[in-house]
Design a protein around this ligand. Structure first.
Ligand code: B3K
Ligand code: ZN
Length: 890
């Protein structure tokens, strides 16, 4: 065993620390091989605590010296801790000198080197890999940091807060001293020492204060920073306007680094970002990349209040900052997008990813509540449940108290807790207390089951129209299946936004019995019981119910609607989300029927006709049409099945796409012609939507052409690939060739590589496109395997590893789940290889097997065997061990 199997940490065991650290002065002598860290901490006994030994966290460190009140004090090293058995009485100063080795830090947690510079990542427990500390979020200290390093190699020295002093030292070294006035937990500490340049912008905020914004990148990347800077400015303006939350620092910095385990990190005043979420140029980044940058820049900036000013008491409360901040970044992107349809398009994208990532998580071996009760490795709990489902829980609160009520709740939350480390309960309480008399205040204890219970509730709806009394009764049942380790589920509070449409598509007034007449055509029903009945009166004809509008709760809805009803909703629902959903359901019904019966899918004219109407619709946005015309993913289809044969799912979906390509041939030609975008590039929703639809049309036309043995459209796609003025169109054309299995893809791929040789983010795309292309005859898998040996491939760069391994194993079910089990062998080899040097990344990739138990034979047994092979190893990290152990407990 590596360090012995870690015990589970339990939420119920939380205890305040015996000591606090009020301030810390850190001095770094930066050296890649042996960095010396000197720390001087003001330690205060917790009056409520028991005292006793002082136990500081520390990992992969070498202690040189420990002084208490200037005197040497005896200490011992235990697994992961430095223990001082007899600390001085009262408050005292503790000085520690230790070394760490940034160059050897392949985990990318703590202080590490990348591209010749020093960078840090401390959340969740990386600070203990830099120096000995009470590395827990409820210990908040004021930091003063001095960095010393070679001036020529590391001309830029950054840390949190304000620069107070800088200058030259002997031997070609220099120093910089930073002071952060805001007490913060250690996970928000950061430093950067590297050869970088900055795009700078001075801004004056509403309150009249001046601030300096900086985006730091490598010298050659400066021309790719405009969008990140614009996104940062927009974030500052938005948070002040929507939540009255101003920027609280003189200087706010973003630094891009090429080796990073996740997207970005919200360190106070010094956000460190994966280059993927900073660098953008029309020639190298797609519309989706631009949107991703805007949302991640926003997300990290918004953490400054939701996460940094108010932080988490313990890591079980992670969703306190993550769920809330995801909700805030989703709202930001919607507000930035402009039109009502563009907002709906963003909402659909968010729900799509929730269903794609979080629903399977909730149904799989790693299922856990938004506020987990136990973990072995906290890094395994930065999940879609904590983030995306957590955001849905916050969104439901907003639905229950209204948008203004929610803003009031946020104000009360900051009034009560600014500067504190608190819990999810504290947040919910503040929102409810600011809105007495609201549905949230009334139902709060029950509402909080959303934090405590894992699993996706299923809401079943049955409607009955009674013509003589002109009433429509809706019965809504809710049920949640047991999840891993949690058998009992109590009813949730579920807000169901809804409307009723007449069969000719008119919205109906929604009057419940015993209520006065109303003209409102949308309302929110709040379910609390396992079964509820609602009787609507004055209903002139049998309605079509439109339930769970804007996806008002993270549930699965079973409404038993027939095709005829869904066609009404697709054509007329005033709620764009449900309009899209109706189209997806029509497609899903056909796909599931084909998969279940193992009969070839044959599309009917009603379906293709409805799709044509959407495609040709005179007023709908192109982005919205693209979403409607894209059938549900293989992952989503699989989630609806009791037992999954991924090859059958793939075959059915491929057949649907091909038939849509054929049946709508003339319409796709029209769509291609009508959605070309000229002029200078803009990532705004309108032109991006047009590009998306044109690219979908191109893929459809190529597919149809290949099936007919005609190469005209492939030639056009290749031409577009060569001439494209931006990456969205170039990638779109390349994808059209790959997805239609065109031989021209073999011409385009090397050309693409030649064009972008040396641009790491674009070469990532080159790997990812090949690994996620639709499988045929095992060729995609064979190509992906061969790419492991490509000179540009390395598992050591997380983006590169994900571009190939995650794309194949996680995003391409038909290439991965093979009857000969070669995909699972590929997976187990990569997980084991990665785990030896980067457990966090290995564990992420391990999780693609979460849903193995749902597979049909022969996949199921083979998958289990592969997981067992990994689990049998004695040298696994706790990260991977937790994931594979839980997988086998199914
Ligand atoms: N808070 C970080 C994630 C840290 C992940 C640690 N394994 C980024 C974010 O959510 O904003
Ligand atoms: Zn976050």
């Amino acid at each position: 065993m590596r360090e012995g199997i870690a015990q589970a940490v339990r939420r119920a065991d939380y205890a305040a620390p015996a000591y606090w650290i009020r301030s810390v002065e850190l001095t770094f002598d930066l050296d890649p091989v042996r960095t010396i860290v000197a720390s001087r901490m003001a330690i205060v006994r917790n009056a409520a605590g028991a005292g006793g030994p002082l136990r500081l966290h520390g990992e992969d460190l070498e202690p040189l010296r420990v002084l208490a009140n200037g005197q040497s004090v005896s200490f011992r090293s235990e697994a992961g801790e430095l223990v001082i058995d007899n600390p001085p009485e009262g408050d005292f100063t503790l000085e520690i000198r230790n070394t760490c080795s940034p160059e050897k830090n392949t985990q990318l947690s703590g202080l590490y080197t990348s591209g010749g510079g020093f960078f840090t990542q401390c959340e969740a427990e990386g600070f203990r890999r830099i120096t000995y500390f009470l590395d827990r979020p409820d210990v908040m200290a004021v930091y003063t940091v001095t960095l010393r390093a070679s001036k020529s190699r590391y001309p830029v020295l950054l840390s949190n807060g304000n620069l107070v002093e800088q200058g030259d030292l002997d031997n070609g070294r220099h120093f910089a001293k930073w002071h952060d006035p805001f007490p913060k937990p250690s996970y928000l500490f950061a430093l950067v020492a590297a050869n970088l340049v900055a795009r700078e912008q001075h801004i004056r905020t509403r309150s009249g204060k001046n601030h300096l914004l900086q985006v730091w990148v490598r010298r050659g990347d400066l021309d790719k920073t405009e969008h990140a800077m614009n996104s940062l400015i927009a974030s500052v303006v938005w948070d002040e306007a929507r939540f009255k939350l101003p920027l609280d620092l003189d200087r706010f910095m973003i630094v891009a680094v090429g080796d990073f385990n996740m997207g970005a990190m919200e360190n106070k005043g010094l956000n460190i970002f994966n280059t993927k979420y900073v660098l953008a140029h029309p020639a190298t980044a797609t519309d989706d990349d631009y949107a991703g940058i805007e949302s991640v820049v926003g997300h990290e900036y918004f953490h400054n209040w939701t996460g940094n000013r108010i932080t988490c008491r313990d890591w079980f409360q992670l969703s306190l900052k993550e769920g809330l901040t995801v909700f805030r970044d989703q709202e930001f992107s919607q507000d930035m997008s402009g039109s009502a349809t563009a907002r709906a398009v963003k909402r659909i994208a968010d729900v799509h990813s929730l269903r794609e990532m979080q629903f399977p998580e909730d149904a799989g071996t790693m299922a856990h509540p938004v506020r987990p009760d136990a973990y072995v490795e906290i890094n395994n709990f930065y999940t879609a449940t904590v983030y995306e489902k957590g955001a849905e829980v916050v969104r439901m609160m907003q639905t229950l108290v209204g948008r203004d009520g929610f803003a009031k709740g946020m104000s009360l939350y900051f009034e009560r807790h600014d500067g504190q480390a608190v819990t999810c309960d504290d947040f919910a309480q503040a929102i409810a207390d600011a809105n007495p008399g609201s549905e949230l205040a009334r139902t709060l204890p029950q509402f909080k089951r959303w934090y405590a219970q894992a699993g996706t509730p299923r809401v079943t709806a049955r409607g009955r129209y009674d013509a003589p009394t002109r009433t429509y009764t809706l019965a809504l049942d809710q049920h949640c299946q047991p999840t891993h380790g949690q058998a009992e589920k109590q009813p949730y509070v579920i807000p169901v936004a809804m409307g009723l449409l007449s069969r000719d598509g008119q919205p109906m007034a929604l009057r419940l019995e015993d209520e006065p007449p109303t003209t409102a055509t949308e309302r929110v029903l709040v379910l609390e019981e396992a079964r509820s009945f609602y009787t609507f009166v004055d209903v002139d004809s049998e309605p079509v119910p439109s339930l769970l509008r804007h996806f008002s709760a993270p549930v699965t809805l079973v409404d038993g609607l027939h095709d005829a009803d869904l066609l009404v909703l697709l054509a007329h629902d005033p709620d764009a989300f449900n309009r899209w959903e109706a189209g997806q359901r029509l497609a899903l019904n056909r796909l599931l029927a084909a998969v279940r019966s193992d009969a070839p899918l044959q599309l009917d004219a009603a379906f293709t006709g409805a799709m044509r109407e959407v495609l040709r619709h005179p007023t709908l946005d192109a982005a919205f049409k693209t979403l409607v015309l894209t059938p549900p993913s293989e992952t989503y289809i699989a989630e609806q099945l009791e037992s999954v044969d991924p090859q059958r799912v793939h075959a059915a979906r491929e057949a649907m796409v091909l038939q849509l390509a054929q049946a709508l041939h003339a319409d796709w030609e029209w769509a291609w012609d009508a959605h070309q975008v000229g002029g200078p590039y803009s990532p705004a929703p309108e032109p991006a939507g047009r590009r998306a639809l044109a690219n979908l049309a191109l893929a459809m036309l190529c597919l149809d052409a290949t099936a007919r043995g005609d190469v005209l459209w492939q030639g056009r796609a290749y031409q577009r690939f060569k001439d494209a003025a931006n990456m969205t169109d170039r990638e779109g054309a390349l994808w059209a060739l790959l997805a239609s299995h065109s031989e021209m893809a073999d011409l385009a791929l090397p050309r693409f590589h030649d064009l972008f040789r040396g641009d790491a983010l674009v070469i990532d795309k080159w790997f990812a496109l090949q690994a996620s292309a639709p499988e045929r005859d095992g060729r995609v898998f064979a190509r992906a395997k061969a790419l492991l040996k490509h000179p540009d491939f390395t598992l050591h760069n997380p983006n590169r590893a994900r571009s190939l391994v995650r794309s194949l194993c996680g995003d391409n079910p038909a290439a991965f789940h093979r009857a000969d089990a070669a995909g699972y062998v590929f997976w187990s080899e990569r997980v084991i290889e990665l785990d030896a040097f980067n457990p966090q990344l290995a564990s992420r990739i391990a999780r693609v097997m979460d849903r193995w138990a749902q597979l049909a034979e022969p996949y199921r047994s083979a998958a289990r065997e592969a997981i067992a092979r990994v689990a049998a190893r004695t040298d696994l990290s706790n990260d991977v061990r937790e994931v594979v152990t839980r997988a086998l407990e199914t």
